[in-house]
Ligand binder design. Structure first.
Ligand code: FAD
Length: 386
């Protein structure tokens, strides 16, 4: 049993840590996030220059390689400062990995090197107004076969960064009455902009600046080559990529706990009350102890899920556990982080509120913690509860 990062992993962690301190420390992240509807293009470009978009992608397609653990280290270190803004890296990374796995060779060879270089962005467009958790039961977006491609009509919601993405990684129904709801669904890369395609940002509580959008599609043409994977098998393909996404959400939330803890300890060493530093009060020390235990638990389950994934073992249960535990601990830690800062914790000029607003999302998306708990229970052979 070995709990330590390898020398190489530790060097990489330190490199990302130093990069974050130089390029996007917490005050920069806070200013970027405060501009709700302004996508942080400069931050994206800095990530491109650092080669971060290439991590986890195959070298023969312009990537830098790197396993799940490397991606997890990157995500966690970014989130320590960037919190929800980290997702600008996460979304494209998720889409690129799916394109590598399922897209046609010509599309892969064209798009993946551009994505690795940060020249192309792709957003996920799965959720619909009537289809969130019940994505199969509620999905109404349809793709109809036409000459040379497909015509897509429908509506998506919450597609993050859709307004600034060159393609939407979109799921649509291609068969009206399949024998099983999971069949007859196909994945497409929808070029953006396109005739009949409109995006509109939704004002939201946290993860601002990244922009989460409603997407309206009215007979949008998608060429045949942009069908991703096998026609009618899109849902199954998507399922095979979700563990990785959950582990990355776990890493992002663990990074949030790192940031909260760091700020709390710093403030406890500066702020005075009753003639002493507030860090000497036992109850605040206990808050730190709680946060530290949550941090360690989130880290351990995340490493374990990533390690299982790297061994090629089924890590579905552990990936769900990592996502649930880290998101819930991040929310609790950020809440205590605000408490430790007192009134300043409630001020927009400090970070705890940003971590708190961002952490709240990860109990909802990309899968709700209720649904993730359902999956864990079912993995023990218990009957489906819905
Ligand atoms: C900021 C933000 C960014 C997002 N980004 C993206 C994105 O980029 N692309 C994308 O496609 N989607 C995105 N999403 C959508 C996200 O994945 C969905 O919000 C999530 O899957 C939940 O779906 P819903 O919102 O429709 O909730 P609902 O499905 O309506 O759920 C409502 C409540 O019912 C509960 N519930 C539903 N079914 C069950 C059940 N069987 N058992 C127990 N409880 C149940 C849920 O857990 C929840 O508490 C984003 C969402 C947000 C808020």
């Amino acid at each position: 049993m070995d709990f330590a990062l390898s020398d190489e992993q530790e060097q990489f962690r330190k490199m990302v840590h130093d990069w974050v301190e130089k390029e996007c420390p917490k005050d920069v992240a806070r200013d970027l996030e405060a501009k709700e509807f302004e996508y942080p293009f400069e931050l994206w470009d800095k990530m491109s220059a650092a080669g971060f978009h290439a991590i986890g992608l195959p070298e023969e397609l312009g990537g830098q390689g790197g396993d799940v653990i490397t991606q997890m280290i990157l995500t966690r270190e970014l989130a320590r400062s960037l919190s929800g803004l980290t997702w600008i890296f996460g979304i494209s990374s998720f889409c690129a990995k799916s394109i590598v796995k399922f897209a046609k060779e010509s599309v892969k060879e064209d798009l993946v090197p551009k994505m690795a270089a940060g020249d192309v962005r792709v957003a996920i467009a799965v959720t619909e107004p009537s289809a969130g958790t019940d994505v199969l039961g509620g999905m109404k977006t349809k793709a109809k076969k036409v000459d040379g491609g497909w015509s897509i009509t429908g509506q998506k919601i919450w597609s993050t960064a859709a307004h600034v993405s060159d393609y939407l990684f979109l799921m649509a129904r291609t068969e009206d009455s399949p024998d099983k709801a999971a069949r007859g669904i196909t994945l497409f890369l929808v070029p953006n902009p396109a005739e009949g395609l409109e995006t509109r940002q939704i004002p939201k509580v946290g993860m601002k600046a990244v922009g989460s959008c409603e997407v309206f599609l009215d007979e949008v043409f998608v060429p045949d080559e942009y069908v991703v994977g096998e026609e009618g098998r899109g849902f199954y393909q998507m399922l095979s990529t979700l563990n990785n996404e959950r582990i990355m959400v776990g890493a992002l939330c663990t990074g949030i706990i790192d940031g909260v803890l760091e700020d709390a300890i710093q403030y406890m060493g500066e702020r005075e009350a009753f003639g002493k530093k507030i860090g000497s009060f036992q109850i605040l020390q206990h808050y730190v102890a709680e946060m530290s235990m949550w941090q360690k638990q989130a880290e351990l389950i995340m490493y374990y899920a990533a390690w299982k994934s790297e061994q090629g073992e089924d890590c579905g249960r552990e990936a769900n556990m990592a996502k649930i535990l880290a998101s819930e601990y991040a929310g609790k830690a950020a809440d205590l982080g605000i408490q430790i800062l007192g009134g300043m914790g409630y001020a927009l000029e400090t970070n705890a509120q940003r971590y708190w607003r961002d952490a709240r999302l990860y109990r909802i998306g990309p899968i709700t913690n209720e649904m993730a708990r359902n999956s864990i229970a079912e993995s023990y052979g218990l009957p489906r509860s819905f």
